[in-house]
Design a protein around this ligand. Structure first.
Ligand code: MN
Length: 418
């Protein structure tokens, strides 16, 4: 089926017009409304990205995609699918971002969007790996409850233990369908899906659910990052819903801070009502370590629970980073992969923390302790629940080295540590 045919079927023939500026076979919206196009392009392509440097380009594209699906866009979604492909996103990522909308918007918007994406893939001769599901009729409930448990707490796993007959219908649907059928699919990891769910709900403006998913994102990302992700929805959902989302973020940050105990302040707000939680936990004093604390580790924040700081001590010969973790902050389970050599050495320099390998007990770390982490070993490192922690992280030279980031350390496992 031709792209134009699908557009006509979807009732968007009138929106789109062929133009001279695009490659053959492509159409661009607003070909006659150049002033509105310029205003839109300036806001979406220049101003919003400049104000949101923490959000990676790939995540920006995914947030735009789900925003356009949720807003039932035809013309802009078609353009955005082409842009996302040009930015190097895999067609499977694009489709999975669209699939992720189904449990929140319902099927109609999702199905129309899938048809649009497929038409662009066809026009560009893009091939798709069609086998991305990981659950069966038997495993979807447990797998879904496990995803819920990782994002929202152990209660959700416990709720599903007695199976379908032991659960209220809505809880069964949420675990088996909303989480089991979608969050478990290949193509997008759990943390990215949770970011996109928040973006979908910002666009929908359904407040209680949005606040819960902002809370889930605050376990994965910093408040600054979440705020910037919300700004990436603004061109698609408008100011009223953006303002509502920022208010809910403010509330969620204050509630999270009040649960962190007496050492935490309630976070602060700048003049624009934006959130600043950099001072949510009292920073260690100057004499705490011979190494500086460095800057907020925003580039890796999505792989950490809690706030961490990074100071690159060496960028030459061998990379050495100085990582500082606030109390209870830890990185997700991860693996340093390498074809030859590789792995990581940790040298504890201040405070008290932990290192744990998958399947083994956690090891307490104090200043001077050294950990040799071989390539290929699944592990995490971070602070003790009541103490700041700092370690040097040394990259062991390797051939074909890469890092694989996995699920967060569960509250259940971390909660056992003193
Ligand atoms: Mn590591």
């Amino acid at each position: 089926m031709k792209l134009g045919t699908i557009m006509t079927m979807l009732g968007m023939g009138a929106v789109l017009a062929a133009c001279d500026c695009c490659p053959q076979g492509e159409v661009k919206a607003l070909s006659q409304d150049k002033e509105l196009r310029a205003v839109m392009d300036n806001f979406t392509q220049n101003e919003v990205p400049a104000a949101t440097p923490l959000v990676e380009k790939r995540e920006v594209e995914l947030i735009r995609l789900v925003s356009l699906v949720t807003q039932q866009s035809g013309a802009l979604l078609q353009e955005e699918v082409g842009t996302a492909l040009a930015q190097g996103l895999a067609p499977e990522e694009i489709l999975e971002a669209i699939y992720q909308c189904a449990p929140y918007t319902g099927f109609p918007r999702t199905v129309d969007a899938v048809e649009i994406a497929r038409s662009v893939f066809k026009a560009k001769n893009v091939k798709v790996d069609e086998n991305r599901g990981t659950v069966t009729a038997q495993s979807r409930l447990e797998a879904g409850a496990d995803a819920q448990g990782t994002l929202f707490g152990q209660t959700f796993r416990d709720m599903a233990k007695n199976g379908k007959s032991g659960m209220p219908t809505i809880n069964y649907f949420l675990a088996s369908n909303c989480f089991g059928d979608y969050y478990t699919r290949k193509g997008l990891d759990l943390n990215t899906r949770e970011l996109l769910t928040m973006a979908i709900l910002v666009n929908l403006g359904t407040e209680p659910q949005l606040k819960a998913h902002i809370g889930a994102n605050l376990k994965i990302r910093t408040a600054e990052y979440v705020e910037q992700a919300i700004y990436n929805c603004l061109p698609y959902c408008g100011y009223p819903r953006t303002l509502n989302a920022l208010r809910l973020l403010k509330e969620a940050v204050a509630e999270a801070a009040s649960q962190q105990g007496p050492s935490a302040s309630s976070g602060t707000l700048n003049a624009a009502g934006a959130v600043n939680v950099a001072d949510a936990k009292t920073m260690p004093g100057k004499d705490w370590s011979v190494f500086p604390v460095g800057k907020p580790n925003d580039a890796y924040a999505k792989y950490f629970v809690g706030k961490s700081y990074l100071d690159m001590i060496s960028k030459e010969q061998v990379g050495v980073g100085n990582v500082t973790f606030e109390p209870a902050c830890r990185n997700n389970w991860h693996i340093h992969h390498a074809k030859k050599g590789g792995g990581q050495i940790l040298i504890a320099t201040a405070g008290r923390g932990y290192y744990q390998e998958w399947g083994k007990p956690a090891v307490e770390l104090k200043p001077g302790d050294v950990v040799n982490i071989p390539a290929g070993v699944k592990h995490w490192h971070g602070a003790a629940p009541d103490s700041w922690f700092q370690h040097l992280a040394i990259e062991v030279p390797s051939e074909g080295g890469s890092n694989e980031w996995l699920e967060p350390v569960s509250d259940e496992d971390y909660g056992k540590l003193k």
